[in-house]
Design a protein. Structure first.
Length: 498
């Protein structure tokens, strides 16, 4: 194994295989994002085959989310310190093996345990993949193009997951929503040592911030669990309040530790980059709106319109195609006009789409009610995810690529967990209110459910609108460049090639 150290004044020669490498890491990211949504459509079949209770069924999703959202920040820093390619392969191997075990699960407990391992693997893969992209493509037009492709995969993964989940569950069985990951994961692992170059941050220390890692990982995992608990048992219960207070204390302790640490897990200086900070705040709000949008729309189509699993999946094609089609446009606009102009526009389109979803009728028709909103939503997602990814990495030093990648992914995932928990409570509350004010109406009637979903969509529209305002106000018109770029190739990276 040979190594190369880039010092001040040297400019790394671009890898001629970098675009093929991009396809590899984007494939892994698409698989990870897809798995967040693909399970939703298969839940009824999983419940029947493995004899889940209604109360425990949600843990199929929650177990994955707790480990995915809770370990992302730690995964990003591990990639910086131990090697980005190394953590990418380790995470993908864990994700692939646990996917196989998911499909072979024989009980409630086994599936929940294997889904936890799968979420842990995803938390190692996603920040490592994005940091590999960041250190492979120089900041500017070329990285923006790569992030456009990345953003398209991330934005369309949720919609594609519902489509693929419906097709596999209807055509084969629920196990295949997990088995499909195995050949893809094995292929990506096989080509990664050949296509991806190893890199890690060249820091003056090799110390690891155990106190910071423990507090933030425990805090984020507890926060996701608290959100799920609140949706099931109420927000005002003593247990929910205690869980939220505990999560808040751990996260607060993390920032206190980081402010004093000589080798912080999350260097607080990166928040001086206004574009990075604004992109992460927008990511938190956007995650809350979009994860919840998929959740509510799937319930609306299946419970109100009585779509089958496969029909629900096919309905998302308009959204998926629009995201893919406009991701390239979003990249071009972000490069030419700047993130500050494009990101607020994307969030504004998402707001419009959410208002349209809030107005869906009980007897909604696909072409007249759903299709136009899907297209507008797809446009908004493309114009939001791509510049958000660009902004979250703008001005970041190579040494912090992994932790910055973990940070934006964490905010999106935590936002999603909070959003789904909140809209579940809102929709249930207003559905119950509708039943109480309309004697003879059932809680599972189309009118009652649609009323609850509509109010929840209006709340999500307000969240997306706040995100648009935050992006418009906080984003810089001319973001600071990374110190590495200002030093004309002063990025100091340890490069190891097999």
């Amino acid at each position: 194994m040979s190594s190369q150290i880039l010092t001040h004044g040297e400019v790394e020669t671009p890898d001629s295989r970098r675009w093929i490498a991009l396809a590899v890491i984007v494939a892994a990211q698409f698989m990870v994002v897809l798995d967040v949504a693909i399970v939703n459509v298969a839940l009824p079949s999983i419940k029947s085959d493995l004899h889940f209770s209604q109360e425990s069924l949600q843990w199929v999703i929650t177990a994955y989310s707790i480990f995915f959202g809770g370990v992302l920040l730690l995964g990003g820093r591990l990639a910086d310190l131990l090697g980005r390619r190394r953590m990418f392969i380790i995470g993908l191997a864990l994700f692939t093996v646990s996917s196989l075990l998911d499909g072979l699960a024989w009980s409630e407990a086994s599936l929940i345990a294997f889904r936890s391992l799968q979420g842990l693997g995803a938390a190692l893969v996603s920040p490592a993949a994005l940091s590999i992209l960041t250190t492979t493509f120089r900041e500017g037009r070329e990285r923006n193009l790569a992030l456009g492709i990345w953003g398209g995969a991330s934005g369309s993964g949720g919609a594609a997951g519902v489509l693929l989940g419906g097709a596999l569950t209807s055509g084969l069985s629920w196990s295949w929503i997990f088995f499909i990951n195995v050949p893809v994961g094995a292929l990506v692992i096989g080509v990664s040592p050949w296509l991806l170059r190893e890199s890690r941050a060249n820091l003056a220390h090799r110390n690891f911030d155990f106190a910071g890692a423990t507090s933030i990982t425990a805090g984020l995992m507890l926060l996701v669990y608290a959100m799920t608990h609140a949706a099931q048992h109420g927000w005002a219960t003593a247990e929910t309040i205690g869980l939220l207070a505990g999560a808040g204390a751990l996260i607060g302790a993390f920032f206190a530790i980081e402010a004093r640490s000589k080798a912080p897990l999350l260097p607080l200086r990166i928040f001086r980059l206004r574009t990075l900070s604004a992109s992460n705040v927008s990511g938190l709000l956007m995650g809350g709106a979009i994860f919840s949008q998929f959740f509510l729309l799937t319930l609306y189509m299946q419970q109100v319109l009585h779509y089958s699993a496969i029909k629900t999946g096919v309905a998302y094609i308009a959204l998926t195609v629009t995201i893919v089609a406009f991701s390239a446009v979003a990249q071009l606009l972000s490069t030419r006009l700047g993130v500050r102009r494009v990101l607020p526009a994307g969030l504004a389109f998402s707001t419009i789409a959410l208002v349209l979803f809030a107005r869906l009728p009980v007897d909604g028709q696909y072409l007249t009610d759903l299709f136009p909103a899907f297209v507008i939503s797809g446009l908004g997602l493309a114009l939001a995810f791509v510049p958000m990814s660009i902004g979250a990495l703008t001005g970041v030093r190579s040494a912090d690529a992994g932790v910055a990648s973990g940070l934006i992914n964490t905010n999106q995932q935590i936002g999603g967990a909070i959003g789904v928990a909140a809209v579940t409570t809102i929709a249930t509350t207003f559905t119950t209110h509708y039943v109480n004010t309309h004697p003879g109406t059932s809680p599972i009637s189309g009118a009652a459910l649609t009323h609850g979903f509509g109010i929840a969509f209006y709340v999500l529209a307000a969240v997306a609108a706040v995100g648009a305002v935050v992006a418009a106000v906080m984003l810089e018109s001319s973001p600071a460049q990374a110190e590495d770029d200002l030093a004309a190739g002063a990025a100091v990276e340890l490069e190891a090639a097999a």
